[in-house]
Design a binder for this molecule. Structure first.
Ligand code: FAD
Length: 364
């Protein structure tokens, strides 16, 4: 029997998953795989990195869910190109299904896998799943990408009227999962050079009240008034479509936050130079003061400015920081301490549980 492979990445869920939906409907048996990518993991410096534990637990959950359906999750550890080389030789694979990832590294990786699949006469299908509107779907009337949020969001909302959000029900097709146990053992965290982090992760369920009262509470860091769903959007453990649909009927203010997310993802897609460079080249000429001792105080929450220090200590302890405080500490670092935004961006990238290249870079 030929196989369709569903390759999980930023879409760690069985429900309302676009690529998985199409794989299950393809008529082939569907095998689900996940790769712990060494080219990403090897760059992480902290063996207690909470993001790795988060993904690990979600992979264990997915595996258990698939086992309940008499199927399994095949989990690998290594360089994705090497893993695919082996898979394409070892199994009778007809097609590969996956959801798009818009970061420069991921685009390059996926192009390589697509080429490899082509050499083996295997179809490679990738889908929009991580965002509501992708790539060049929201453009200005002159055909250029938006670089300012408000007009982008207006066009985004306008487009939604003619392209309503559709939530995909995968459950009727669950019988298409391959009924076979995985022949590979799931690597342990220790095998991969990490330890289990004791961080408490935000829940992916309790949000209804938060969204309803969002407008009223969202500006007050002392109130638990935002959803803390960012880590779940990041790894696709919840569906952006399902949440955006709810937002449409509950809170336009919260919907706007989801649009910010799409906005920054399309900025990174169209302007990949923002990784490492200012959006506008003239700002690369700024002479930063870059005082290392000031930076150390900022990182450790010892600047003497209570709101800045509270935010940085929250970040260092929990991996989370309220949006308004992220804005304050970022402004403080760049405009008060005159330290290069790239230093702050890199520190956030190490510490944030919800670290996501596009939103972090956009925020900075
Ligand atoms: P809520 O307020 O409940 O919002 C719902 C969702 O909307 C969030 O989960 C997130 O997916 C999205 N969202 C909200 N605000 C923004 C925003 N300004 N930009 C993009 N998406 C948004 N967000 C990340 O997900 N990852 C990051 O690495 C990240 N780095 C940031 C760095 C800086 C300097 C700044 C100012 C903001 C950053 N943000 C980042 C955006 C925002 O602060 C977080 O998404 C938000 O605080 C997460 O909390 P929440 O889930 O309770 O959000």
């Amino acid at each position: 029997m030929s196989l369709a492979i569903h390759w999980f990445r930023r879409d760690l869920r069985l429900e309302d998953n676009t690529a998985l939906f199409h794989a299950l409907k393809s008529g082939s048996d569907v095998r689900c795989i996940f790769i712990f990518d060494t080219s990403i993991l090897d760059k992480l410096e902290d063996e207690n990195d909470a993001r790795v534990t988060f993904i690990y637990k979600e992979i264990e959950r997915l595996k258990a869910e698939l086992k309940k359906l008499d199927s399994d999750l095949w989990v690998y550890y290594g360089n994705p190109i090497d893993i695919w080389l082996t898979l394409l030789t070892d199994y009778n694979i007809k097609s590969i299904y996956t959801n798009k990832d818009y970061e420069p590294y991921a685009i390059k990786r996926d192009n390589e896998v697509k080429q490899l699949a082509g050499k083996h006469q295997i179809a490679f299908y990738d889908f929009k799943d991580h965002v509501i509107f992708e790539e060049s779907e929201v453009l200005k009337d002159d055909g250029n990408p938006y670089v300012v949020f408000t007009p982008y969001s207006r066009k985004w909302k306008h487009l939604l009227q003619t392209n309503p959000i559709e939530v995909l029900d995968t459950t009727p097709y669950f019988s298409s999962f391959e009924s076979k146990e995985s022949a590979v053992d799931i690597p342990t965290l220790i095998d991969m050079g990490f330890k289990e982090s004791l961080t408490t992760f935000p829940s992916r369920t309790t949000t209804q009240g938060k969204v309803k009262n969002y407008e009223k509470n969202r500006n007050f860091p002392a109130i638990q008034g935002t959803t803390k769903l960012s880590v779940h959007f990041r790894f696709g453990t919840i569906s952006i479509r399902a949440k955006a649909l709810k937002a449409l009927s509950t809170s336009e203010t919260w919907l706007n936050e989801l649009i910010w997310r799409d906005f920054y993802i399309q900025i990174l897609y169209h302007y990949p130079h923002v990784v490492g460079n200012s959006f506008r080249a003239k700002y690369d000429a700024i002479q930063w003061r870059n005082n290392e001792s000031d930076f150390e105080k900022w990182c450790t929450g010892k600047t003497g400015y209570p709101i800045v220090d509270a935010g940085m200590r929250e970040l260092n302890t929990t991996g989370f920081m309220h949006n308004r405080v992220r804005m304050i500490v970022a402004s403080f670092l760049t405009k008060h301490l005159l330290i290069d935004w790239r230093w702050g961006e890199a520190y956030f990238a190490r510490q944030l549980l919800d670290f996501e290249l596009a939103s972090n870079n956009g925020g900075w």
